[in-house]
Design a protein around this ligand. Structure first.
Ligand code: ZN
Length: 400
């Protein structure tokens, strides 16, 4: 029976190929940044609504979030397939979230084709603002995943990897305040806020040698004064502080804040530290049964799956927070030549190519097949659940 269901799921996604590519390219042409993805969420919600999903928009208290449900028989689990669709400032879809959206929509439509013959429900959840805004952090807090048994999505990359982790992270804003004065006539009367920020960078760079190799601390100056002949009375910067697990990341965050406090002390400035409440991205803990099953399916569709290496380069994702509360999968599908950096113009351009879309269709089919397997075989979900509970019990999820 499952073989028949599988071939119908694949045929349905195949029949939507043109519409899915068009949807992805429409998002790519019209990038909207975190929490401003009104047209993208409208496009996706309509796509699902036109295909029989019961759509709620906005969802979970976020204007640009949505949820589209398709119910099967009573008594089965609810599976969430997530879609991201925010772009980066200035550079556009350089993280390829247009493809994540297309994969999520395609997989959901594929599962819906056979949902009537299975017990359970599929929820396509549109999760805004992955790039720093923490849409999923807010959705988790709003209880959007309360009755979800497993959550899955696929992210584009330059390599296909099924079970990669991600860094725990916080976004931190620093504001230094001093006193303005003529920079030539009365510099001794001024207090230089920019010096507070520059000393922070210097202290962080000195600290860097003594951090674990997986730690990342990086930032920009967003305000550094208004004229060369005025001692800056205000300076501000934005930083990310990350590490492979939350326990160590919190230690690095404390040391980062100490760097800024020391810089304020040294320069006589006053410091305000703002750790954004939605920016606490947890490290991703991928569910082994789910990611292995996706890898099997995507391999079956002719895509080579590579092994995650020990010192894998990685960023952060708010899918990490979802993975801390339910079994979750966040595999990567190759859409660009190996080695193409994320968040680059090359990656953005790759995210609109026919090759990227061909692989994205395969990723969507594999994702839909995992969902069908989960609904058809309660043993698979039970294995994911028991691994998840064991990790919660032993503290693996937050590291140490
Ligand atoms: Zn991304």
């Amino acid at each position: 029976m499952t073989d028949d269901l599988r071939s119908r799921v694949i045929a349905r996604i195949e029949s939507e190929r043109g519409a899915l590519v068009e949807l992805s390219l429409a998002l790519h042409r019209d990038p909207e940044i975190a929490f401003q993805e009104h047209r993208a969420s409208e496009r996706l919600a309509s796509f699902l609504g036109e295909r029989g999903f019961e759509v709620e928009r906005p969802y979970g208290g976020l204007d640009t979030a949505f949820r589209g449900d398709a119910a099967g028989r009573d008594g089965g689990p609810t599976l969430a397939i997530l879609a991201e669709y925010d772009a980066l400032p200035d550079i556009g879809h350089a993280c390829g979230h247009n493809l994540i959206a297309m994969i999520g929509a395609g997989a959901a439509v594929g599962v819906r084709e056979v949902i009537g013959e299975l017990a359970g429900r599929i929820a396509a959840i549109g999760t805004p603002a992955e790039e720093g805004g923490g849409g999923k952090v807010a959705l988790v807090r709003a209880g959007a995943f309360a009755e979800v048994a497993a959550a899955m999505m696929v992210h584009p990359s330059s390599r296909t990897i099924s079970g990669r982790t991600s860094l725990a992270s916080n976004r931190v804003e620093l504001e230094f305040r001093g006193r303005a004065a003529h920079a030539a006539a009365q510099p001794d009367r001024g207090i230089n806020a920019l010096d507070g920020l520059i000393q922070t960078f210097n202290a962080v760079n000195a600290m860097r040698q003594h951090l674990r190799p997986d730690a990342r601390v990086h930032g920009i100056i967003t305000s550094g004064g208004s004229a060369a002949n005025i001692i800056p009375e205000y300076a501000a910067g934005k930083f990310s502080v990350r590490a492979r697990d939350r326990v160590y990341q919190q230690e690095v965050l404390r040391r980062f804040i100490a760097c800024a406090e020391g810089a304020a002390k040294a320069t006589g400035t006053t410091l305000m530290v703002n750790v954004n409440e939605n920016s606490g991205y947890e490290n991703m803990v991928p569910s082994t049964p789910l990611t292995e099953r996706w890898a099997e399916h995507v391999r079956g569709l002719g895509i080579e799956v590579m092994q995650s290496v020990e010192d894998e380069r990685m960023g952060s994702t708010d899918m990490g927070n979802v993975s801390q509360i339910v079994p979750a999968a966040h595999p990567y599908i190759a859409i660009a030549p190996e080695g193409t950096p994320g968040h680059s113009t090359a990656f953005r351009d790759a995210a609109a190519t026919p090759g990227a879309h061909a692989n994205a269709i395969a990723a969507a089919k594999a994702l839909a097949l995992v969902a069908v397997d989960l609904l058809a075989d309660p043993g698979l979900l039970a294995r994911a659940r028991s691994e998840f509970e064991e990790r919660q019990r032993t503290g693996v999820v937050r590291g140490g």
